[in-house]
Design a protein around this ligand. Sequence first.
Ligand SMILES: [Zn+2]
Length: 161
Amino acid sequence: MTAWPDIVNGGFEAAAGIAVLNHCFALWRDKEVRGLSVASVAFFAAWGVWNLFYYPHLDQFYSFAGGVFITLANAIYVAMLVHFTGGWRDIGRRIRERLAGWTVCRVKGCHYGTHCFHSKALYFCTRCGKELTGRTFADLEPLTDDELDELQQEWAAEVRP
Ligand SMILES: [Zn+2]
């Protein structure tokens, strides 16, 4: 059995690991993450982890060795990306907020918490972050009697010294 395709593939894996480390150095220099998705990078890292099982299964030693290297490089890269996008705790909090907001929005509809609309502007739902363009006053939903009462009480409270 010829081993050369394994050696070539292992070479690509190792070179890809160096390319990923190059991303790491660039990120270390810029200290800012823009124009890429951490989730997508994490996907490629996961694929690399799968290969650590797959290559030995195929008896491809050189590919496995290169795979170990790129997996380590990807682990460092993902950890750095998470660090420079606000850290693990922040990511958990953002995901929880979005999920909770998304659930509420599916039931109650999105909440664009502003009363100043302009047809050329972009608005974001304060719960789930959904974008909306070109809202005008005509799109505002009429207040219910209860909401009107509440508003009038607020105004009355403000006017009273
Ligand atoms: Zn929403």
